[in-house]
Design a protein around this ligand. Structure first.
Ligand code: HPA
Length: 282
């Protein structure tokens, strides 16, 4: 890994990124959405989209995770101006935590006061079948990392951010309202974020259950911390693509994750579209 990116380095990086976006569009998004593995279908539904490839964004690495195209997209969904990240960055790719959270902070900088983080996840809650959608009510940051280590940028956020209600109860209530409207079943639970890239051992999945997790994945928690630091209102949806390791005894594969994500794609899109409309009207 290269030099660490500290919070104090972010203002200059965000200035350059915002300038690169503003050279292409003056659209001001109200909502920023990070699309998880296999959940990129929403991008195709974007109205009047402008796509900015990662290679056009200064200080931004190419996306490398399979199933992730690397683009920032601006346009409208359900009549609401939005910015979408297709191809999130993960620490397991070798990226610094400060780089991983840059997209969410850029979304905020462009005007999005509301952030929706989505992901594919393994099921820790044994009652949930593959395909379950879960509103994130809280998280466990088990990465051992933090994007806020190093000199702070007090103009962006406080040294010691509060994470009580990090996952906005207001936005979560709107997720449940959207689920009812769109006729989609939506559970709610705690997301545990690990580093990966290996999937968990069965003992780790049992440990996570004992710790109160309902789903486990390899993203989201660092972005959530940075979003709250920057004062952005936060919501999240996990798609449980598979029972966690050891729950059924069947080995896990990335292909299985993508197949389940594709199957759930239309349901996920209905939920998010309706939610966007509700957030936009609120
Ligand atoms: N574990 C971690 N991340 C995941 C999983 C899993 O079982 N499934 C999809 N993403």
């Amino acid at each position: 890994m290269h030099d660490r990116i500290a919070p104090a380095d972010l203002p200059a990086r965000l200035d350059a990124l915002a300038a690169a976006v503003r050279a292409r569009t003056d659209l001001v998004p109200g909502i920023g959405i990070v699309l998880g593995s296999g959940l990129g279908g929403l991008a195709a539904a974007l109205e009047a989209p402008l796509a900015i490839p990662f290679s056009d964004l200064p200080g931004w690495p190419p996306a490398s995770a399979p199933g992730h195209a690397g683009r920032l997209l601006l346009g409208h969904l359900a009549g609401v101006p939005v910015v979408l990240l297709q191809g999130r960055l993960h620490v397991y790719e070798g990226h610094d935590p400060g780089l991983v959270v840059q997209p969410v902070l850029l979304m905020g900088r462009l005007g999005a006061g509301t952030i929706l983080l989505t992901n594919a996840a393994g099921g820790v809650n044994a009652a949930w079948p593959a395909g379950t959608l879960m509103a994130i009510a809280d998280h466990l940051n088990l990465t051992g990392l933090n994007p806020l280590i190093g000199p702070n940028a007090d103009l962006l956020g406080p040294r010691f951010p509060d994470l009580t209600d990090a996952w906005s109860p207001r936005l979560r209530a709107l997720l449940h309202e959207a689920a009812a409207d769109a006729d989609v079943v939506l559970e709610e639970g705690v997301y545990a974020g690990l580093l990966g890239p290996n999937y968990e051992t069965p003992a780790e999945v049992r440990m996570l259950r004992a710790l109160g997790a309902d789903a486990v994945g390899l993203s989201t928690v660092l972005e959530a911390i940075a979003a709250r630091w920057a004062g952005l209102e936060l919501a999240g949806v996990s798609l449980v693509t598979n029972p966690g390791a050891g729950v059924t005894g069947v080995p896990l594969s990335h292909e299985e994750v993508l197949v389940a994500a594709n199957e759930a794609g239309p349901r996920f899109e209905r939920l998010v579209r309706r939610w966007i409309a509700l957030v936009g009207a609120a």
